[in-house]
Design a protein around this ligand. Sequence first.
Ligand code: ADP
Ligand code: MG
Ligand code: ZN
Length: 417
Amino acid sequence: AGTTADRARERLVSVFGFQSFRPGQAEIVCAVIAGENILAIMPTGGGKSLCYQLPALCGEGVTVVISPLIALMRDQVRALREAGVEAGALTSANTEAETGAVWAALRERRLKLLYMAPERLASGATLGVLRRAGVTRIAVDEAHCVSQWGHDFRPDYLRIGALRKALNVPLAAFTATADAETREEIVARLFDGTPPKTFLRGFDRPNIHLAFAPKDSPRKQILAFAAARKGQAGIVYCGTRAKTESLAGALVRAGHAACHYHGGLDPADRRMVEDRFQKEDGLIVVATVAFGMGVDKPDIRWVAHADLPKSIEAYYQEIGRAGRDGAPAETLTLYGPEDIRLRRAQIDESPAPPERRAADHTRLNALLGLAEALTCRRQTLLRYFGEEAAPCGHCDLCEAPPALFDATEAVQKALSA
Ligand code: ADP
Ligand code: MG
Ligand code: ZN
């Protein structure tokens, strides 16, 4: 085992240019190299990609990587190639020449990592080629996309279980979504119900300051929050497309560099906003949840919610986009009775089956519990993800504990006297 770890560490430095593993990575990398089935739950920004990329370089054959976003796949392939790694992607965005080159590299057994959109698995021809291509491992990124109750469900992810059986190779699944239900679904659908070796750790993002506030004049509250952070890159999440436009306008009038983003923009405009956000310093993007999965900017200094997110998982993912560089970042989530009514109605009116709606209500209620918590916000959040933690000292409630009503104080005094 020592030699495996040493070899992995050597490539960590020589190929990826990193000096050391991040917390949790070394154990996962070793288990993947050892050919175990694993499920790794690591927070956003924790460094999950490396946990399948590095093992792919340490062994024979090809690692097939299933990932839900073409843009992210292409980005990873580009970065790997720049590092001198033979990697390719099969996606609908490929040119014919690109696809041809990938097939050739596969045939010649040069490829170490083959990224594939899950839609590819629908084709019997793909399976046939993979059977002959010397695949030694499957890695599934964003494995929670297999969960029908989750917000990122991708039906084609359900084909991965069959792929694993057809190729009969170990599978490594990665996600940042930790709740027990999602985990169970991943085990059922990707591992045929046989629990893989599971790695769950480190949901705390101690550099992110947590705060909630009742919504009284949301526009003013967001403008004040942004004004106190002028020139810093931030995201404001809104519940509606219309609000992203009006709030971005208000921010611009207040002298900020700001723009709006939502699923109704055409793809070119969306890409332009993504590019600007990546490259410019201190841009504010006012967005619906459509802005997210593909965002990989390390120095987002703040995230504000003008409206309550739809669940505690959504909240965690959205605030988790701040401060990936580890430097201090701040968040503010506004909520009011109308948010709660709206979110409840959205769940009730959704065409989802009753069990799913019940699960969605549970996740919304967990977020309401967090919004109305009386003691450490972080402790409450981490507890939901199954982690025990001491009060953090770095959230609104630790900094200004709500006054307990007199009777409680009187009782406490009586007890401590
Ligand atoms: P995740 O998929 O878990 O959200 P990524 O794999 O995208 O995280 O990694 C997040 C960032 O951390 C990337 O910029 C990546 O290059 C960087 N990173 C990963 N592992 C290390 C490491 N051991 N040392 C330094 N940076 C790392
Ligand atoms: Mg990732
Ligand atoms: Zn706290």
